[in-house]
Design a protein around this ligand. Structure first.
Ligand code: DX5
Ligand code: ZN
Length: 228
C-alpha cells in the first residue's frame, strides 16, 4: 500500500539556476514524479517558466513530468506543454471556461488530464466529468508560492473527492505545505500522490533529498500500516 504512494517533488523550491541538475538529483533521491509549477503572473501573482524550459530539462529525468498549470487561458499552449514532454497536464477548474473541452484536448494530445481545485472551490464542479479525467489535484494552500502552511480544512475535501471518485481510476494529488507531519493525514483521507517543495528541497543534494523523501514516504506508510 505504502509503495503505491507517489512522491512528486515540486521544483519550485529548487535552485532554478541549476534546474536540470536539481531534477536529476531529486530523481536519484527516489522521486516518483517531477512536479512542475507553471505560473503566469496573472492567474497567480508569481511567475515561473513555460514550455521551453520544460523541454530543456526533459532529458534530466525519465520520470513522469507532472505539469501544474497555474495560468489563465491554458488552452492556447496545451500542445506546447505536450510537445515539451509533459506526461500529466493539470489545469485549474477556476481558469477554464470549458473545462470538459480542455481536459478532452489534453487527452487527445496523449497526456493524462488533471484538474486542480483551489481551496475555496467545491469538488462538485467535477461530478459530470469524472469519467473523462485522470487526476484531481486538491490544493492544500492558495496557489502561487511555495513554503506556505497546509490548510487543514482541506483534509475533508480530500475525503469528499475520494467518495465522489468511487472506483474510478483517478489519482488524488495534494499540493501545498505537505510535510512528514501531515502526509499520514492526507493519505488517510484518500490522497495517493503527494507534492512537496520546501520539505524535499531543503538541505541541497541527493543525500538530503533522499532523507526528506523517505521521511514523507514513511509517514504515509505508517498510516497505511495501521490500516492494513
Ligand atoms: C503552490 C505550488 C506548489 C508548491 C509546493 O502554488 O503549486 O507545488 O511549490 O511547495 P511547498 O511544498 O513548499 O508548499
Ligand atoms: Zn503545484
Amino acid at each position: 500500500m505504502a509503495n503505491d504512494i507517489i512522491i512528486a517533488p515540486s521544483v519550485l523550491a529548487s535552485d532554478f539556476g541549476n534546474l536540470a541538475a536539481e531534477i536529476s538529483a531529486v530523481d536519484d533521491a527516489g522521486a516518483d514524479w517531477i512536479h512542475l509549477d507553471v505560473m503566469d503572473g496573472h492567474f497567480v501573482p508569481n511567475l515561473t517558466f513555460g514550455p521551453p524550459i520544460i523541454k530543456m530539462v526533459r532529458a534530466a529525468s525519465a520520470k513522469v513530468f507532472d505539469a501544474h498549470l497555474m495560468v489563465s487561458n491554458p488552452d492556447s499552449l496545451l500542445e506546447s506543454y505536450a510537445d515539451a514532454g509533459a506526461d500529466i497536464i493539470t489545469v485549474h477548474a477556476e481558469s477554464c471556461s470549458h473545462l470538459d473541452s480542455t481536459t478532452a484536448r489534453i487527452r487527445e494530445l496523449g497526456c493524462k488530464a488533471g484538474v486542480a481545485l483551489n481551496p475555496h472551490t467545491p469538488p462538485d464542479c467535477l461530478s459530470y466529468i469524472l469519467d473523462r479525467i485522470d487526476l484531481v489535484l486538491v490544493m492544500t494552500v492558495n496557489p502561487g508560492f511555495g513554503g506556505q502552511s497546509f490548510i487543514s480544512a482541506m483534509t475533508d475535501k480530500i475525503t469528499e473527492v475520494r467518495k465522489m471518485i468511487g472506483d474510478r481510476d483517478i489519482t488524488i494529488e495534494v499540493d501545498g505545505g505537505i510535510t512528514a507531519d501531515n502526509s499520514g493525514a492526507v493519505v488517510a483521507a484518500g490522497a495517493t500522490a503527494l507534492v512537496a517543495g520546501s520539505a524535499i528541497f531543503k538541505g541541497g543534494g541527493v543525500s538530503a533529498y533522499t532523507k526528506n523523501i523517505l521521511a514523507i514516504r514513511q509517514a504515509a506508510a505508517s498510516y497505511s500500516a495501521q490500516e492494513d
